[in-house]
Ligand binder design. Sequence first.
Ligand code: HEC
Length: 163
Amino acid sequence: MNLRTDIVLGSLAAILAVGFAAAQSTPRVGSGDVVADRQRLMKLNGASWADMQAKAKAGSIEAIAVNAETIALNAMHIPLLFPQGSLTDKSKARPEIWERRAEFESAAKNLQAQAEKLRDTARAKDAAGTQELVMSFGKQTCGKCHTPKGDGSRFGPHFRSLD
Ligand code: HEC
């Protein structure tokens, strides 16, 4: 066996070892700090929403699609980022999330669906339709978790701007 074959076989063994290690541990996305990850995701929602409103004001309709798609993809990850027992003192989440889980998850689904609708309307360069959706977006989507409900409860921090 010459040196070259040795190197090739060596790398093959290394690849196989990595492959086995990956197969044994369940694949997982995230930093390991679920509260930090979800706050990061929500900050991106806030920035995307602000950017979207600025673009609507400037009449940059098609450019809104990327913000809407960011929010839609974020929304898909919301349920996974709120596992049972993750209400730490750093979190601004409310215990209602785990008491009314179905409602919480449907608010996330609604956010995704509305964001996808806005994305498609923006991509189609429908200016009037996009402006109309942007106008009601905050209240109809983010507001489902961030404004007090009739019974006084909510899922996340209260933002007066969404009332
Ligand atoms: C399904 C419920 C839900 C929806 C919908 C939702 N949020 Fe949140 N949001 C939360 C919860 C819960 C927290 C608190 C997370 C924590 O601290 O653990 C939060 C936190 C935040 C924060 C604070 C992040 C930080 O730590 O500084 C911002 C900003 C935010 N959301 C913006 C938005 C915007 C903008 C939208 C709409 C595009 C939105 N959220 C939609 C539930 C939601």
